[in-house]
Design a protein around this ligand. Structure first.
Ligand SMILES: Nc1nc2c(c(=O)[nH]1)N[C@H]1C(S)=C(S)[C@@H](COP(=O)(O)OP(=O)(O)OC[C@H]3O[C@@H](n4cnc5c(=O)[nH]c(N)nc54)[C@H](O)[C@@H]3O)O[C@H]1N2
Ligand SMILES: Nc1nc2c(c(=O)[nH]1)N[C@H]1C(S)=C(S)[C@@H](COP(=O)(O)OP(=O)(O)OC[C@H]3O[C@@H](n4cnc5c(=O)[nH]c(N)nc54)[C@H](O)[C@@H]3O)O[C@H]1N2
Ligand SMILES: [Mo]
Length: 566
């Protein structure tokens, strides 16, 4: 989030929630927003194909066709320009490329947008007026925006909107993606991505490579090139670049799986992920995992993916270890060990460091054991944090000691005396001026046809967590929500001939599931909504791996399906 939950909830005059089921998937923040609407009359626009719970509190619900967000946003911005509601001084002072962007937006008059999105023209005008007249206005989104082949473009178009209205760098405004997993923000900040080191420092940059090579006592490619042959004697494996830092961008998960079939990937080390449940097109994923030479899985439970593992290492859970999580507002929080790890389980960081030491020795028996171990000897996670402080500028001043005193630290926090940053981009953007990006509507990858006439959208429900390894083990949750339900509109229920029966078969071009119907107008006619919480009826048996070309995120939100009575 560019802003913080507090300032958004307390100071925004309007919220634009687009593609986020906030009260079910981020219930704490969802409750804060609901209160803002009820108690201080903040306006709320929700753009979501489904009638999710928070629409009950909405000033306006824009129920557009899945995968038409760009058309919707361009249409709203078209009206804002037509009415002269844009923030001209912000555009002049803080941004560039406005004219090129404007030329694209002009192509989206309300009538055309109404046709693409199925939102009536009057509603578009009403929405544009609320968004432009309530300042500051905060945009909030989640997977309804990103899980599309145009995920990155959707996000850029939301940034266009906020720059056009001058809502960036101000309390109560901003662009606010709600991060999903408890520590996904932290994992990304620490370089758990194929193209960057911690703090988004590119793996392709020679300066960055040199910095990390120095910090970790490794050689750079340049240094290796300059070395004499006899010096190379001491380098265990120069040809495999084992002891230098690679400047190659790695693969994303969604590229690794097909990479197995292409022979590019021979083994996988999976930690805390259950791809058999969460990756698109399960049959394909099973096939890929079967072809691996070796799969090491580090888990807290024997998950669905465990069936394919050669070795299963027991990781300790959040309650059994001490460290930090970084939440959606870039805030680093202490997590403290409450109980001793059960059985043989060990904290993930400890397992990784043990493995690393063993691998280093295996790679070369010529390297001194101590040298190989250097850099992997951590007493605890507070010590790991010191290394983070040294190489991660935005975390430079975030230590366990400061967090233990109760300080609220949101990155960037570059030094020990820095108070952290509540709101980003207050004076300028990371690149200097904010660049408007001309973005055109592109329809979803999979189109309905006579055989697969309906659209399936997928996501989660309040009571379960993804593959359900944790939540399906909770008795109370299973009592409330014990089997997969598929939302189907009452009109479609009639057409399908449900007539009191309740089991549906949903089939896509890749597979088929049977699940109980929940007949509800939460979904519009022509659309069903399924989750991936139960292995016996997981939506991912049906989804497909069409990817956003930049982020490589699959288009989980649009699959063409056939729905029948069982
Ligand atoms: N209880 C619970 N909470 C969770 C999780 C969980 O598994 N269970 N998972 C966490 C994680 S990792 C994540 S990423 C977040 C996800 O949080 P959300 O993104 O809020 O969750 P989703 O269920 O993916 O729902 C996204 C919303 O997008 C809408 N949508 C679908 N297609 C479109 C579209 O084309 N355009 C627009 N504008 N909207 C669309 C859906 O109707 C839905 O309301 O939740 C986190 N919180
Ligand atoms: N169809 C469809 N598919 C989706 C999505 C969608 O909206 N629709 N959403 C996608 C999104 S946004 C996400 S984030 C992914 C989530 O996909 P996954 O990350 O694969 O799902 P989780 O069930 O959260 O898997 C986490 C696993 O980690 C284990 N675990 C928990 N704590 C620890 C720990 O401390 N250490 C270790 N080693 N393991 C631990 C749990 O037992 C669990 O099996 O799903 C994606 N898949
Ligand atoms: Mo997520």
């Amino acid at each position: 989030m560019s802003n913080s939950m507090d300032d958004v909830a307390k100071q925004a005059q309007a919220f634009f929630i687009i593609g986020s089921n906030t009260t079910e998937q981020h219930p704490v923040f969802g409750a804060m927003l609901r209160q803002a609407v009820k108690q201080r009359g903040a306006k709320l626009i929700v753009a979501d194909p489904r009638k999710i719970d928070i629409t009950e509190f909405a000033t306006l619900h824009l129920r557009h066709k899945p995968g038409t967000d760009i058309a919707l946003l361009n249409g709203l911005m078209h009206i804002i320009l037509e009415k002269g509601w844009e923030d001209k001084s912000f555009i002049d002072e803080r941004t560039e490329n406005f004219d090129e962007f404007k030329a694209t937006v002009i192509q989206y008059p309300p009538e055309k947008v109404a046709e693409i999105t199925r939102i009536p023209v009057e509603k578009l005008y009403e929405a544009a007026e609320i968004l432009a007249s309530c300042k500051p206005m905060a945009v909030i989104w989640a997977m309804g925006i990103t899980q599309h082949i145009v995920g990155v473009r959707n996000v850029m178009d939301l940034a266009n909107l906020q720059m056009m209205l001058g809502n960036m760098g101000k309390p109560g405004g901003g662009v606010n993606p709600l991060r999903g997993q408890n520590n996904v923000q932290g994992a990304c900040d620490m370089g758990g991505l194929p193209n960057v080191y911690p703090a988004y420092q590119p793996v392709t940059s020679p300066e960055v490579i040199e910095k990390f090579a120095k910090a970790w006592g490794l050689r750079t490619k340049d240094e290796l090139g300059k070395m004499k042959d006899e010096e190379k004697e001491f380098i265990p494996n120069p040809s495999r670049e084992a002891f230098i830092l690679s400047d190659k961008v790695g693969l994303t998960v969604t590229e690794m799986m097909p990479g197995i079939l292409e022979g590019r990937i021979k083994s996988l080390y999976i930690l805390g992920e259950d791809p058999v449940m969460s990756d698109p097109d399960t049959k394909h994923i099973r096939h890929c995992l079967e072809k691996l030479d070796f799969l090491l899985l580090q888990e807290i439970f024997p998950s669905e993916t465990a069936a394919y593992a050669d070795v299963l290492l027991p990781g300790a859970t959040f309650a059994e270890k001490t460290g930090t999580f970084t939440n959606t507002e870039r805030r680093v929080q202490m997590v403290r060990q409450a109980i001793e790890p059960l059985g043989d389980s060990k904290p993930d960081w400890w397992i990784i460091s043990q493995l690393a030491k063993k691998l280093m020795v295996r790679i070369s028996d010529r390297v001194q054991k101590e040298a190989a171990h250097a850099g992997w000897e951590f007493k605890d996670t507070a010590e790991i944090m010191f290394e983070i402080n040294a190489v991660t500028p935005s975390y430079g001043g975030i230590t366990h000691a400061r967090l233990e005193t109760g300080e609220r630290l949101q990155w960037p926090c570059p030094s020990a005396d820095h108070p952290g940053t509540l709101i980003l981009h207050t004076k300028q953007f990371t690149r200097g001026k904010g660049k408007f990006m001309p973005i055109d509507h592109v329809p979803p990858a999979e189109k309905p046809d006579d055989n697969y006439p309906m659209i399936m959208s997928t996501g989660r429900v309040l009571y379960h967590w993804h593959g359900g390894q944790m939540t399906r083990r909770a008795k109370g949750l299973m009592e409330v929500y014990g089997q997969a339900l598929v939302e189907v509109n009452p009109d479609d229920a009639v057409k399908i001939g449900l007539n009191g029966k309740n089991i549906l078969r949903i089939t896509s071009r890749r597979g088929s599931i049977e699940a109980k119907a929940w007949v509800t107008d939460r979904v519009p006619p022509g659309m069903v909504y399924a989750n991936f919480h139960f292995p016996e009826a997981s939506a991912n048996e049906l989804t497909h791996a069409s990817l956003d070309p930049v982020a490589k995120i699959p288009e989980y939100k649009v699959t063409a399906v056939k729905v029948e009575l069982v």
